[in-house]
Design a protein around this ligand. Structure first.
Ligand code: AVI
Length: 312
């Protein structure tokens, strides 16, 4: 139960009402991450079938000395997202930057993780910035003179359609400046059965993560969506090279959200997330289109995941 009505983000209401009224019903993936959604995502990253986290972490352990040798000393690391408890310390240990600037929309989470990093690395100045990195924001004036390394792991870039991903990469370039560097993780195209298994596993955590969106809508937007009328589905869209998450109606269903009536026919769906997968050339073209020139690229031995260092 919400304590106060004003805790609901008006953009959530707008996105849900407009998204569910659209010819192809969809809700932007960012709304999957309320507190419960973030906990469930955390659980997903520990599932054996969700290979991206384990693979990227293992790859970073191997390659970070090579990354560090290409990064100037006295760098400021700017991480887009509050940082993972595992990957961020690995990077900071290897690069030993002068300053670490994590950027995240969730102030509470950001402050907690920034305090942890400050405890682990007393010699690194930690300057958290509360901001949605997908919208314009400013870096602390105090790091203007430092060389900068952006860090964007986890293949989060894959959650943006290519046009928006390009805009995002360009905004990172504008923010960090010419001469800066970007270290980015990108998930690779691979056999469909492995992709589907990563997004629809027997444990049902990804299903719970997807269905949690309906619970959030009911709770925050005064909805009465019957949760048992929808099921989680992961689909591979080959033309667009992406996994899509959908909530598929298991029967004809009608419900109300914020006094608006919606009807879904059995089998129709609400599209809730895209996770684009890139081949080697596709990932480089995306970076180039976003204003970044790849200078080094590392893949795990199975070719499942790539980490790419680029320069602006
Ligand atoms: C956050 N992001 C990179 C995840 C992904 O793989 O696209 C989100 C996710 N959705 C379902 N499982 C994981």
């Amino acid at each position: 139960m919400l304590e106060t009505a004003e805790r609901v983000d008006p953009a959530f209401r707008e996105d849900v009402l407009a998204g569910l009224s659209a010819p192809i019903p969809a809700v932007p993936a960012r709304w999957l991450y309320d507190r419960r959604g973030s906990e469930l995502f955390d659980e997903i990253t520990r599932l054996p079938s969700y290979y991206p986290t384990q693979t990227e972490t293992a790859l970073l352990k191997q390659i970070l000395p090579g990354v560090a040798s290409r990064v100037p000393s006295g760098t400021a690391v700017v991480e887009f997202g509050a940082g993972s408890a595992t990957k961020t310390p690995l990077l900071l240990e290897a690069v030993r930057p002068a300053v670490y600037v994590p950027v995240d929309i969730s102030g509470d989470y950001l402050r907690e993780s920034a305090a942890e990093i400050a405890g682990l690395f007393p010699s690194i100045r930690v300057e958290p910035v509360v901001a949605d990195f997908a919208r314009p924001f400013e870096l602390p004036e105090s790091i203007s003179a430092f060389p900068k390394l952006g860090f964007f792991p986890g293949s989060t870039i894959g959650n943006f359609v290519p046009r928006t991903a390009t805009d995002l990469l360009r905004s990172f370039r504008d923010l960090l400046g010419v001469g800066s560097q970007l270290l980015i993780g990108m998930d690779r195209v691979k056999p469909i059965n492995r992709l589907l298994a990563a997004y629809d596993e027997p444990e049902g955590v990804t299903a719970a993560f997807n269905l949690n969106l309906l619970e959030r809508i009911n709770r925050e937007l005064d909805g009465d969506i019957p949760l048992d009328a929808f099921r989680h589905e992961a689909r591979w869209n080959d033309i667009l090279s992406r996994i899509e998450m959908h909530l598929v109606a298991t029967r004809d269903v009608s419900f109300t959200i914020a006094d608006r009536r919606f009807s879904f026919a059995s089998g129709s769906s609400i599209h809730t997330e895209n996770s684009h997968k890139y081949g080697p050339r596709g990932s480089r073209v995306l970076l180039l289109a976003g204003g970044w020139t790849p200078i080094a690229e590392w893949n795990d031995s199975a070719g499942d995941f790539a980490v790419i260092l680029s320069e602006a």
